[in-house]
Design a protein around this ligand. Structure first.
Ligand SMILES: Nc1nc2c(c(=O)[nH]1)N[C@H]1C(S)=C(S)[C@@H](COP(=O)(O)O)O[C@H]1N2
Ligand SMILES: [Mo]
Length: 319
């Protein structure tokens, strides 16, 4: 099973590399025509060939099997990671030299066993799985990805949260020397997010360490980031260095920034529009801006698994 999968990924990457080479060839000739100005897309095409290392060992699951997945190269070329710039192509360019080892996550707050855990221990002590999830950004683009990682609950339980732990707060690394976007006050750094404890403990909530059988590309949030498939993308915080159990609702960056537009819950909900645009449809990245719009489903298609978490709540109020 595993060997077969590795072979499949390897062959698709060979195809990708061939495409990049052809594209680079094309772009080079274009650059000549354009007077030798080095186009940013040429740099991107070159950098895209530096692939992250293979994941240590992955336990295959059938979760999400049958969904049409987004190409690996598209997932690494179109990102939101404001620490490396606000344009979609910035993270792929400016996160290439980001240092992700050694990496430690500090766990604190309402728990009996506060402490730290290193990235290598996370990779060697916790079984890494593969699951296919849909992922949708609040801006209306989406993708379907082979995520590698584990249920966040597996990590949280080790630190023995107490009954006072009602929420979990997360923080991204703050290091303006490495993260040029943090030199500008576009957001109140570090990027922060939070979940209610039952959302954090839900088996679907995933701590992601890789995609498509390789360690996470820097631009996608290396060395580890959250993926909460039924929530808008901004909840899925990247490059996490701190986890804190709290009794009260923690600050979440986009909610703090523009509370009227980005709620704390941020559940994907086609019936509750963003104040400036509809949330009823989305487009998959890699299919082009003229591709057919897809109908967005309640909780991004995960209602059967997560709707009970919000029973009795007015989702227009708690958006
Ligand atoms: N630290 C941090 N995490 C972040 C962001 C960010 O700017 N900084 N952007 C969020 C948003 S808006 C989205 S849509 C996803 C994008 O993930 P991707 O680039 O892997 O597709 O990351 C989320 N996590
Ligand atoms: Mo997003």
């Amino acid at each position: 099973m595993l060997i077969k999968k590795a072979a499949r990924i390897a062959s698709s990457e060979i195809t990708d590399e061939k495409h990049w080479k052809q594209r680079r060839q094309f772009l080079k000739s274009f650059a000549l025509v354009a007077g030798g100005v080095l186009s940013p897309s040429i740099l991107l095409a070159d950098e895209a060939e530096k692939l992250p290392a293979a994941m240590p060992h992955i336990k295959h699951t059938d979760y999400g099997k049958g969904l049409k997945t987004t190409a690996y190269k598209d997932i690494r070329a179109y990102n939101n990671f404001y620490e490396f710039g606000t344009r979609k192509e910035d993270p792929a360019r400016y996160a290439q030299d980001f240092i992700t080892r050694p990496w430690t996550i500090k766990v604190s707050g309402e728990c009996e066993a506060a402490g730290e855990i290193g990235m290598e221990d996370i990779l060697s002590q916790i079984t890494q799985q593969e699951r296919i999830y849909r992922f949708r950004c609040v801006e209306g683009w989406a993708m379907v990805v082979h995520w590698n990682g584990f249920s966040l609950s597996e990590l949280l339980k080790r630190f023995k949260p107490t009954s006072k732990a009602k929420y979990v707060a997360f923080e991204t690394l703050y290091d303006p020397k490495q993260m040029p976007g943090q030199k500008r006050r576009v957001l109140d750094w570090p990027y922060r997010e939070g979940l209610r404890i039952d959302e954090a403990m839900h088996p679907l909530t995933m701590m992601v360490t890789g995609i498509y059988g390789r360690l996470l590309p820097n631009q996608n949030g290396a060395p580890l980031r959250l993926i909460i498939p039924w929530k808008y993308g901004f909840k899925s915080i990247k490059s996490i260095v701190s986890i804190q159990f709290t009794e009260t609702q923690p600050v979440a960056t986009w909610n703090q920034q523009v509370a009227k537009e980005y709620g704390f819950y941020a559940n994907v909900n086609p019936q509750v529009d963003h104040p400036r645009w509809s949330q009823a449809y989305h487009r998959n990245i890699g299919e082009g801006i003229f591709s057919r719009k897809q109908k967005t489903e309640m909780f991004n298609g995960y209602a059967d698994e997560v709707a009970h978490l919000y029973s009795g709540m007015d989702l227009k109020k708690y958006f």
